[in-house]
Design a protein around this ligand. Structure first.
Ligand code: LLP
Length: 420
């Protein structure tokens, strides 16, 4: 559920006409809806209200400071995967005691930064990393709070690039090995405090079954650890709940929560969740304007001013995003739809936002909205083809604010030098 709706023929972001934002800010532009962000956070909060839990929004989905600060105000913590994300989370006012640090390749400087900030938990993904954290914590005379990320070998039935919980994936530690790491750490790693168990099996899951399978395996695992005197206080189940891009029917957080609460009954842990896409995905659109149209003998092309550098999901995963006109054509136009590829100006055949999309006929200057672009949109944008990155805007009721200004040419060469 989001707050991008047509009023009459015009698309609105909350109560602001999208065409007004495009006119004042230019295109391409990412537009987020504050009300939608708050609604999604509240949906998780309400769903898990009956059990001890912490929502740690996954910063990688959308890391704009205003988005993060909206979540801070709603009581959210953060899941981070880099020093840069920690920097952003703290800048946005995030409480370090609600931050968990995931990722397979944390560097020494990032570990030190997080230890000094006093984060809640490191989600550790290898024995090597565990020993590195112990070494750094010892040097800093600290105890590092740790969960080990288990690879439960569960198929999340999603795109292979975003499946993470299978034995063939680089993430987490297989259960048998992980058990040994816990036992070894308890005996030998004096600057490690073993507090939790973590897992994240993949992203854009549209079924509950794989989550439940993972919880069942981890539940047994936690009981074994407790028998060894390792007192697990946190169970982090990662993120992964899918959203509707097309015809998917992903479970609502309430449905997801009911299943998880049932499965974890009596386990006596604080549950941690790291949702990204389900919080931000449908809270954002990318608005682009038509530069040219071109008719080929095989295809119609609509060439727009956004490209794969702005939104890379279609090019990278073949992902589908609905694309709709910001202003619906008048009924007198007959209402017929044309089939077209919506493409950007980048010199790659993979530079498309949509293929064989059915839209009303459009012409130069018309605005199109690429839907469900609030997660993994701007955060995956690049400057490829030396294209300045787009502006970001937050709609809030009748108002909107620019929350990241459009990059300029001078931003493209910041830090560069011509050597003599
Ligand atoms: N926690 C961990 C450890 C993760 O690796 C991820 C996502 C999340 C939480 C958040 O998952 P979500 O709730 O958003 O599914 N760029 C891809 C998605 C990559 C997801 C990576 N990990 C895309 O555009 O589909």
């Amino acid at each position: 559920m989001d707050y991008f709706n047509y009023k009459g023929k015009n698309l609105y972001a909350e109560e602001v006409p999208v065409s007004r934002i495009a006119k004042e800010v230019g295109t391409p532009v990412y537009i987020y809806s504050k009300r939608t962000l708050n609604r999604h956070l509240a949906a998780y909060g309400d769903a898990f209200a009956s059990v001890p839990h912490l929502i740690c929004y996954s910063v990688k989905a959308n890391s704009n400071l205003s988005v993060l600060s909206t979540f801070v105000k709603g009581g959210s913590g953060f899941d981070i995967v880099s020093g840069g994300e920690l920097f952003r989370a703290l800048k946005a006012g995030g409480d370090p005691k609600k931050i968990v640090f995931s990722g397979v390749g944390k560097r020494d400087d990032e570990i030190e930064y997080a230890l000094n900030a006093g984060i809640l938990l490191f989600n550790v993904e290898s024995g090597d990393e565990l020993r590195a954290i112990n070494r750094i914590a010892k040097r800093l005379k600290k105890k590092a709070p740790v969960s080990i990320r288990i690879n439960p070998d569960v198929d999340p039935k999603t795109h292979p690039y975003i499946s993470t919980g299978l034995k063939k994936n680089k993430f987490g530690i297989e259960t048998k090995e992980a058990f040994k790491e816990y036992i070894n750490a308890k005996a030998k790693l004096k600057n490690i405090e073993l507090l939790g168990v973590d897992c994240h099996i993949g992203s854009q899951l549209t079924e509950i079954g794989p989550f439940v399978d993972a919880v069942r395996k981890i539940k047994r695992f936690i009981k074994r650890l407790r028998k060894e005197g390792i007192d697990i206080k946190y169970l982090d189940l990662g993120g992964g709940l899918g959203i509707r891009y097309d015809t998917e029917e992903p479970p609502h957080p309430t449905e997801y929560a009911e299943a998880i609460i049932e499965e974890t009954k009596g386990l006596d842990v604080t549950l941690i969740f790291e949702p990204g896409r389900s919080m931000a995905g449908n809270a954002g659109i990318l608005v682009t304007s038509v530069t040219y149209t071109k008719k080929g003998s095989k295809k119609n092309f609509v060439i727009v001013d956004a490209a794969m550098n702005d939104l890379t999901r279609p090019a990278l995963y073949g992902a589908y995003h609905a694309i709709e006109p910001v202003r619906m054509p008048p009924v007198s136009s007959g209402g017929e739809l044309v089939k077209a590829d919506i493409v950007g100006p980048i010199c790659e055949t993979g530079d498309f936002l949509g293929q064989d999309i059915r839209i009303p006929p459009v012409k130069n200057g018309d605005l199109l909205a690429v839907k469900s672009a609030g997660a993994y949109g701007f955060t995956m944008a690049s400057n490829y083809n030396s294209r300045p990155r787009s502006a970001e805007v937050m709609a809030d009721g009748k108002e909107f604010k620019i929350i990241r200004k459009r990059e300029e040419y001078k931003d493209l060469i910041r830090g560069e030098k011509i050597v003599k």
